[in-house]
Design a protein around this ligand. Structure first.
Ligand code: HEC
Length: 154
């Protein structure tokens, strides 16, 4: 293995470890990334949500594009954005609860619920406003389902 690859694999190995072995700057980056990730999700939910509420006109092409984006976003491997030791008890600028790590399985289930409803929305988004609304209701529930247990209130 050449030197460059070695450095890369060491860096990747470090990422897989807990935040205890990460510098505060690295943890900052992870927190910033996951909040940006949520913002990307929220941006796309906003597009279809606004149609579902009748605030913008239903457009099957645009709705399907947003649903496809959500589906893609739900498939990103998110592990490195949530290093252990980066909860709101460790850092002020995050609303991530310690429970994300003490109940990692529960957190993963909530993420899977989100991924499943994003996939379902892909099937429904371009099939008329009523179908979009059905898909959005389920998707919205999956956001709240995770936030309720794993994110602190503002
Ligand atoms: C598996 C759990 C989970 C799911 C599913 C989830 N979220 Fe989040 N979300 C979180 C957590 C935890 C935070 C707090 C992150 C932090 O502050 O470090 C968060 C933060 C956010 C934020 C604030 C980001 C910021 O800039 O601080 C928004 C907006 C958001 N989520 C929107 C959504 C929407 C919309 C959905 C559903 C389509 C969703 N989330 C699904 C766990 C989740």
């Amino acid at each position: 293995m050449n030197k460059r690859l070695n450095v890369l694999s060491i860096t990747l190995a470090a990422l897989a470890l807990s935040a205890g072995s990460l510098s505060a700057a690295d943890v900052d980056k992870s927190i910033e990334m996951r909040q940006s990730y949520m913002q990307l999700i929220a941006f796309n939910v906003g597009i279809v949500g606004s149609m579902a509420k009748g605030k913008t006109e239903y457009d099957s092409t645009v709705a399907l594009q947003a649903a496809n984006n959500l589906d893609l976003l739900s498939k990103i491997n998110y592990q490195s954005m949530w290093p252990e030791g980066s909860s709101n008890t460790d850092y002020n600028h995050t609303r991530a609860k310690e429970k994300i790590w003490s109940d990692a399985e529960g957190f993963a289930t909530k993420h899977t619920n989100f991924a499943n409803s994003a996939q379902n929305l892909v099937n429904l988004a371009d099939k008329g406003l009523n179908n979009l609304r059905v898909g959005m209701k389920e998707l919205g529930g999956s956001c709240g389902g995770c936030h309720q247990g794993y994110r602190t209130k503002k």
